[in-house]
Ligand binder design. Structure first.
Ligand SMILES: NC(=O)c1ccc[n+]([C@@H]2O[C@H](COP(=O)([O-])OP(=O)(O)OC[C@H]3O[C@@H](n4cnc5c(N)ncnc54)[C@H](OP(=O)(O)O)[C@@H]3O)[C@@H](O)[C@H]2O)c1
Length: 335
């Protein structure tokens, strides 16, 4: 298969390219060359998609399948204008941020209401418009590639190469053992997808001409299972102390990401719909989620190769060990 990956130099899109090469496909990746290196064995086309004719070097080329991870409708529109007629299957990687309702648990692709789209030619990178921009991108792809589009609304993508630390904190912290602060309650739900599993599924879809719109994320699991399975993968037996949401908020712990944050923890009930999507149609369509123990073990194995968490200038930020100890002490000392 001749595969075009629009992206292909970092995290998910690179995993798609690497996996495709391992499966014996002929792979072209397109990027500006700013964020990372193309995988060995891929043809690299340097291009800036912010320019309307940025992909003109590829005009008229035939590809059996395309995978695009863009966030900006203007980039998606010009890619489709240039390539829709000469290409086959088209995967667009969208996001669960495309959904407008973050509060209702158990939503599906069918029941989830989308955000209002932005204009088709938008190149506005405002993070506040991320979800709405993805909606427009999806609409453009579905309109230009009828019957050939595979739209994957990814949830939290985790694993090696993750530029964020929303998942990474958990294996790193749990590996150290001892008393571990567990946020919220054991029966709260979380979900994620290993970058390798998402990449494999995207390629399976391209190879089998699977089409439609799906949420690309695991079924929800309880936070207790999430933490326990990570500990099993790392062969450690920490003691989890559950600290409730209000206490964490009062003590300055931030949800989701950033300094002094806990990943995969979001305020409830406002975000009760965010990590509880019913993704059974994706599982039925072939998304296979490897054991979390394996995802955690493989992440932890890269400890020496990645930025030091919470160090000055490190992009990996989460609750520090000092702050965790302070909060646990205060929790035990409460009335
Ligand atoms: N991470 C998550 O947890 C998560 C959750 C939900 C959905 N998603 C979605 O999953 C996908 C992740 O994709 P990814 O991991 O491959 O990361 P990404 O950051 O979306 O990758 C961007 C790729 O596109 C290239 N690129 C960016 N701007 C460009 C431009 N102007 N012209 C040409 N190429 C450009 C980048 O290389 P250069 O910078 O060198 O050009 C890079 O190869 C995205 O669609 C994201 O929205 C992610």
């Amino acid at each position: 298969m001749r595969l075009l990956v629009l992206g292909g130099t970092v995290f998910l899109s690179k995993a798609v390219a690497v996996t495709a090469l391992a499966r014996g496909h002929d792979v072209t990746v397109v990027a500006r060359g700013e964020s990372g290196e193309p995988p060995e064995g891929a043809r690299f086309v340097k291009a800036d998609r912010d320019s309307p004719d940025g992909l003109s070097a590829l005009a008229g080329e035939h590809f059996d399948a395309v995978v695009d991870v863009a966030r900006l409708p203007g980039q998606v529109k010009s890619a489709l204008d240039t390539l829709a007629a000469t290409t086959g299957h088209w995967t667009f990687v969208s996001s669960c941020s495309a959904y407008a309702d973050e509060a209702t648990p158990g939503q599906t692709v069918e029941t989830g209401v989308l955000r209002d789209p932005v204009p088709d030619d938008s190149l506005d990178p405002d993070i506040e418009k991320y979800g709405a921009s993805k909606v427009t991108c999806e609409n453009l792809v579905l309109a230009a590639k009828p019957g050939r589009a595979f739209v994957v609304r990814a949830g939290l993508i985790v694993g090696n190469g993750d530029p964020s630390y929303r998942f990474g904190h958990w294996p790193d912290r749990i590996a150290e053992g001892g008393e571990v602060l567990a946020p919220g309650a054991p029966d709260e739900l979380v979900q994620y997808v290993d970058v390798r599993d998402l990449a494999e599924w995207i390629l399976d879809a391209a190879e089998s001409d699977t089409t439609g719109v799906y949420d690309g994320i695991s079924l929800p699991m309880t936070r207790a299972d999430f933490l326990t399975q990570i500990a099993e993968g790392l062969d450690v037996s920490p003691r989890f102390t559950w600290v409730d949401q209000e206490f964490l908020q009062e003590h300055g712990v931030k949800p989701w990401s950033g300094e002094q944050s806990l990943g995969l923890w979001l305020p409830l009930p406002e975000y009760a719909g965010f990590l509880s999507r019913d993704t059974s149609t994706a599982i039925a369509a072939g998304l296979r989620i490897r054991p979390l123990a394996e995802t955690a073990r493989d992440w932890y194995a890269t400890l020496d190769e990645r930025p030091v968490p919470n160090a000055e200038g490190s992009r990996y930020k989460a609750l520090t060990r000092e702050k965790e100890a302070e909060i646990l002490a205060a929790w035990h000392a409460r009335d």
